[in-house]
Design a protein around this ligand. Structure first.
Ligand code: DC
Length: 244
């Protein structure tokens, strides 16, 4: 039975772009505004990479794709809400790995791992399922093109390399990760190349996505831009005056 009142339409919002364009900060703020679920798909690929590192499938000799593919069912990736920080945390086989997946060791290997077809099939299936009931803000590389091609609102974020390097540097330093700007530059350049040129679900701007260049925009300005577009799609809601 539905109570009388205003029912707001729920929409799905896809946010894609290169690494360190500020996608997750914005996506989290938008999800909070509408009380939507935020899904960080990069965290899922990072968790899979951590799994590969822990199981010894990544060594100085390289990535053992075959061994990782055979072991995919043993990587159980979930999200858990932390009532203290009010944030959702990534778990690998029941253990919170939010901190480990942001380390440089994972960043260095995540692009080759996420280029593997079988890895993508598994994670894209999960991401599609999570978006079925609408009311989702999801960020990544292939969200508007592959995971949620029918998303109501698609944003493609871009920023200059200098801005992206500085943002990533500030983020890691604030988390206590020892890193140099040169290391970040090299990592971002390599990941951009692999993420855009891989055969499976490469980073592409969906033709119906709105481009948001945030090099010179504050978080508030970016937030206003998306909220306005989303509100136009959501409308004022339908009034339900009788019990149904
Ligand atoms: O958003 P991020 O930097 O945490 O993502 C880490 C890596 O995961 C990124 O370099 C490529 C991969 N990725 C992907 O292939 N597809 C997605 N939808 C999200 C991330």
């Amino acid at each position: 039975m539905t109570k009388p009142g205003i029912v707001k339409k729920k929409i799905n919002i896809a946010i894609d772009g290169y690494s360190s364009c500020g996608k997750s900060t914005l996506a989290k703020a938008v999800a909070k505004e509408f009380n939507y679920i935020y899904i960080d798909t990069g965290a899922m690929y990072r968790a899979m990479t951590l799994h590969a590192l822990k199981r010894g499938y990544i060594t100085p000799e390289g990535l053992n794709e075959e061994a990782l593919i055979k072991d995919l069912d043993n990587a159980y990736i979930t999200f858990q809400y932390n009532p203290v920080t009010y944030l959702s945390e990534t778990c690998l086989n029941g253990e919170v790995v939010e901190k480990e997946i942001r380390q440089m060791d994972v960043s260095k290997h995540v692009s080759p791992v996420s280029a593997i077809k079988e890895v993508r099939l598994k994670l894209v299936k999960l991401q599609k399922r999570l978006s079925e009931n609408k009311g989702v803000v999801m960020d990544g590389r292939d969200i508007g093109t592959v995971v949620m091609p029918d998303a109501d609102l698609k944003i493609f974020m871009v920023a200059t390399p200098e801005v992206r390097i500085q943002r990533r540097y500030d983020e890691l330093i604030s988390k206590g990760v020892a890193v140099s700007k040169d290391e970040i530059k090299q990592n971002i350049t390599e990941r951009d190349h692999i993420d855009s040129n891989r055969v499976n679900d490469p980073l592409r701007q969906s033709p119906d996505a709105l481009v948001l260049d945030n090099s010179d925009l504050s978080l508030d300005e970016q937030f206003e831009f998306i909220i306005k577009k989303a509100q136009e799609l959501i409308g004022n809601g339908e009034e339900i005056s009788q019990l149904q």
